[in-house]
Design a binder for this molecule. Structure first.
Ligand code: GLY
Length: 418
């Protein structure tokens, strides 16, 4: 944990500090952020929402732990038709529940929670050798990454470094991207890269710092630049899938897989991109990523189809709006990213990012979205959408919605003056 600009942030990077004039940074940040501190100090609705959310998260996480304690190797995926759906460590969602446990341990400092977090994290040990998809970043960084951040354990560090090597095998130097999936949709895609892949770069940035091998961060930066060039439209919305021609290295198809249509803005994908570029700015200090993140944030915050309660529909362009599903995962990822963006951005816009995230967290912590204690199969949030066009996981709890909600609560909690 680093203390910067008076905030305790979930970051292990100091590049920004090195690159900026300390004086300008401190004076600018202090002036910009004082009103936020003062505002937050008196912000009773926000404080109540955070307290309620974290307390409920603890209760629900224990319900989940109880359900899974004798199901060796299983991890939570969703809850549908009254049944808990689990997965093995090889599913892309495997790391989120262990990550929730680490964040809750970070908040409560209770050693029993640390043991619980370790127990579920260790179920993912084999993932370090996965080279068949890009999700190894999600899986390991949310579980082992948080575990290492909070314990400094060398065995966790080793798993992360091996995982980063596995992920790097998916890099193609001609295309300058990591390949997301091996499946090709019946030969349609040559080299598919999805916007979600921005999230996996954090594992590579970590590995570069921990190992001293700059190849990891070079791959991450190349991928981030290529994605910026080819996934984004002029209005800063993102395609879901870009497939590259393996001979020319250029995009040959831009389309969707989980969204409403090829030209629509699939909501979770927009949030992944936002989070990814905020993270890349934090990790590199490169202003290009900050500008990209701010453009994406503006596009989303001002979107005409953003509901007044700030919980996006599953796709911003579904013609059925408002008679369609909300996706709490898109809201939670966006809230967490906006909180970090508000801390990194030194412009007057910073407070608008924080205000937006504040509203999202208050809404997510209301009865409409927060599960009643003991219900929802032990998941924390209701109303997520996994893959609507595939008729899968519609209006259900999702482990990644829970993870980014708890992360956002923890981040916001740190901004409140105790
Ligand atoms: N990364 C897969 C998804 O967001 O559904």
């Amino acid at each position: 944990m680093k203390i910067r600009n008076g905030f305790i942030l979930n970051t292990r990077n100091e590049n920004i500090m090195k690159r900026s004039s300390l004086l300008i940074l401190l004076v600018g940040a202090f002036a910009a952020l004082i009103p936020l501190f003062l505002k937050n100090k008196e912000d009773k609705p926000l404080k109540e929402a955070i307290e309620r959310g974290l307390q409920r998260a603890e209760k629900q996480a224990l319900v989940m732990a109880d359900s899974l304690k004798n199901r060796e190797g299983r991890l939570p995926k969703t809850f549908s038709n009254g049944r808990l759906q689990t997965c093995s460590c090889y599913d892309w969602v495997s790391g989120f529940y262990p990550g929730v446990l680490w964040y809750l341990y970070e908040e409560n400092g209770n050693e029993e929670w640390k043991a619980l977090a370790d127990k579920f994290t260790s179920r993912l040990k084999a993932v370090q050798h996965v080279t068949t998809n890009h999700d190894v970043g999600f899986m390991l960084y949310c579980s082992y990454g948080n575990g290492f951040r909070l314990t400094g354990r060398d065995d966790y560090r080793q798993v992360l470094l091996t995982g980063a090597k596995s992920l790097s095998t998916r890099y193609n130097p001609l295309i300058k991207s990591l390949r997301s999936w091996d499946f090709t949709r019946n030969g349609l895609w040559q080299f598919p890269v999805i916007i979600d892949n921005m999230m996996n770069l954090e594992l590579l940035m970590f590995a570069a710092k921990e190992s001293g091998d700059s190849r990891f961060s070079e791959i991450a930066e190349e991928h981030a630049r290529t994605t910026m060039k080819n996934h984004y439209r002029d209005d800063f919305s993102s395609y879901h899938v870009v497939s590259y021609d393996t001979i020319s290295g250029l995009p040959h198809l831009k389309m969707t897989h989980q969204g409403y249509s090829d030209e629509s803005s699939w909501a979770r994908g927009q949030s992944w991109g936002l989070y990814g570029y905020v993270m890349m700015f934090r990790e590199t200090g490169n202003e290009v990523y900050l500008r990209q993140a701010k453009h994406i944030a503006d596009y989303l915050m001002r979107h005409p189809n953003m509901p007044s309660d700030k919980i996006p529909y599953w796709d911003y362009n579904v013609p059925d709006i408002p008679d369609t599903y909300r996706d709490v995962s898109a809201a939670a990822i966006m809230a967490s990213a906006l909180i970090e963006l508000s801390c990194l951005d030194e412009s007057p816009a910073a407070s608008s990012y924080l205000d937006f995230a504040r509203e999202q967290l208050i809404t997510l912590s209301s009865d409409e979205y927060l599960a009643e204690e003991g219900s929802n199969g032990g998941f924390i949030l209701k109303h997520g959408v996994g893959f609507l066009p595939g008729n899968s996981e519609i209006d259900v709890p999702l482990s990644y919605a829970d993870y980014y909600y708890v992360e956002a609560l923890v981040r916001m909690n740190r901004l409140l003056v105790k």
